[in-house]
Design a protein around this ligand. Structure first.
Ligand code: AMP
Length: 294
């Protein structure tokens, strides 16, 4: 059966009301479309855990810090609907921009501290736009659970804090990153890469892995780890590193000495395309001691 497509907020609320009163749990997967297997993993997880799965497809203008990035962002609604049908999604909510922002938006959500590092300083207003649209979607759909990808770990941290500080009644579920065989994290933006750029794109993941190996082997000085991980890019001067940071996974603040789990996160530019990725790294001192057998 073809997925049901809803474009207006009022119709979505009307459609969800009997589902909610029948006691069926609602799972929301917010996306910007151009769906790929990374989104697919979120949808499959939601499908297993929810009575009714809603996928939102909305390229949110207020989270783009560059207007050319917004206009160029891939849009692929017909194939996205086939993708959602194949994964047994119940409802796709695909509002036009005027439905979400009928007038100039005056109320915004800012999540301080967590937005201060990594992508925050490089994309002014980005997390304010993300927080605002996610809160709007949570208020419109009122799901029991909402699903987000670890690929955008800072975004998940922002949303977790937003939900906590503003008392939103939803469980945030974080889904592991889906990668290509060579380690490149799936992203709608990968479609921009030329064949040559695609070949070198996994360098970011390799640099994060290099940091992860040092952390697992007991190196605790973040500056030393960053310096060594950045050497991975020496073979590819065409990759411009925006940042490579080691942060506390909960509040996304940079750490200097590694004494517990950390997230190593990076952003690079390859030609006109910006890619981000991150890895959760657990130092040996923070791993549970294995029980001796026999
Ligand atoms: P986007 O459409 O890029 O805004 O992404 C929508 C959701 O899919 C976000 O929660 C992303 O973190 C998640 N996502 C994007 N790429 C991946 C991936 N490779 N693996 C897992 N989740 C992803």
């Amino acid at each position: 059966m073809k997925v049901q497509v809803v474009q207006s907020i009022e119709e979505l609320r009307r459609t969800l009301a009997p589902i909610r009163s029948a006691g069926r749990s609602i799972g929301l997967v917010p996306t910007m479309g151009a769906l790929h297997a990374g989104h697919g993993r979120l949808i499959e997880t939601a499908r297993r855990e929810s009575g009714c799965v809603v996928v939102s497809i909305f390229v949110n203008p207020i989270q783009f810090d560059r207007s050319d990035d917004y206009s160029r962002y891939p849009r692929a609604l017909p194939s996205d609907l086939e993708f959602c049908t194949a994964l047994s999604v119940d409802i796709v909510f695909a509002p036009p921009a005027e439905e979400m922002y009928p007038a100039a938006q005056c109320a915004f959500v800012e999540v301080n501290e967590i937005s201060d590092h990594l992508c925050g300083p490089f994309r002014p207003g980005h997390f304010r736009g993300v927080g605002t649209v996610v809160l709007k979607l949570l208020n419109i759909v009122q799901p029991g659970r909402a699903y987000f990808g670890e690929k955008d770990a800072q975004q998940v941290a922002v949303i977790r804090r937003l939900v906590k500080d503003l008392n939103v009644a939803v469980d945030i579920v974080e889904v592991p990153t889906v990668r290509e065989a060579d380690g490149l994290a799936l992203s709608s933006r990968n479609a921009y890469l030329t064949a040559e750029e695609r070949r070198i794109a996994p360098t970011l993941h390799r640099a994060l892995q290099a940091a992860g190996i040092l952390i697992s082997s007991g190196v605790t000085c973040a500056a030393e780890i960053k310096k060594k991980a950045l050497l991975v890019f020496d073979a590819h001067p065409e990759v411009r590193v925006e940042y490579l940071e080691i942060v506390n996974p909960a509040d996304m603040q940079p750490v200097e000495q590694i004494v517990g789990p950390v997230r190593v996160a990076g952003a690079v530019w390859i030609g006109k395309t910006r890619l981000i990725d991150n890895l959760l790294c657990i130092p040996s001192c923070a791993r549970p001691v294995q029980a001796a057998s026999g």
